[in-house]
Design a protein around this ligand. Sequence first.
Ligand code: SN0
Length: 311
Amino acid sequence: MKKYTEIQDIPNIQDAIKEAILLKMDPFEYKELGKNKTLVMLFFNASLRTRLSTEKAAKNLGMDVMSLNVNEAWQLEFDDGTIMDANTSEHVKEAAQVISQYADVIAVRAFPSLKDKAKDQSEYILKSFEKYATVPIINMESATAHPLQALADAITITELTEKKVPKVVLSWAPHPKALPQAVANSFATMMQEMDVEFVITHPEGYELDPEITKNVPIVYDQKEAMRNADFVYVKNWSNFKEYGQVLNTNPSWMMTQEKLGNAKFMHCLPVRRNVVVEDAVLDSEQSVVIKQANNRTFAAQVVLKNILESL
Ligand code: SN0
């Protein structure tokens, strides 16, 4: 693999899932592979799981890791030909090339503004690093995608399913803040690559990008959508059409024990208790959120392993 900025970079998802499950059984098997190789992780936004699990994955492979909270560095310019006489001190052209002198792989987290749709959809931050860096790039959640999370979720479903073709539901939930569509986008993309029956439920008007959801059935009645579900992935996203707006905070969309039935509850975390999901669900055996978080390490590790093997 030459990069991992989108799910489509994985040549064979089933093979990647199998490989991740093997890595989980023997995490230090490839301890020599990353020797004298450095991962630089760049954070434009907050992180808990992504930062620690990606660092752990790199260290399991014997890599060195350096992290930079970019907001504590020079403010970067991304536009071409700008007269830089205002707030930006350094152009991404230099920054990405400079970081490439210290790194064998660069991982980037850059959330969307949720204000300028065209700019967010252009993925200009991630794409600038792809363009100007001279080493492979990993997406640690960009404006429109979170492919490491989706891979961890695919591993989790594969490990836990008791059926050959489980029913998986992506259910929107209310949230006080405007959140990105990234996690939902990547989960929806991944489920279309898996042998699952996949349904999306959300309030009318909360459609994700139709280029991502394609022919996935959208059922506006949450209860109806969740009938006989094996896995229910709950996630808020802000409105895609009325871009970045919070148009619905209806608490009836919160996931409850009663609605969940016998399904397993999934969420990428962090999660707002008793807004997105009630305590009873998160504290029950049906919640697999900690298993998902554990699988973040092996998702990152399989990606790093395949990138290291291509260097
Ligand atoms: C991010 C999101 O994309 O939804 C990261 C998820 C991995 N989530 C948040 O920003 C939650 C913030 C909050 O205050 O609840």
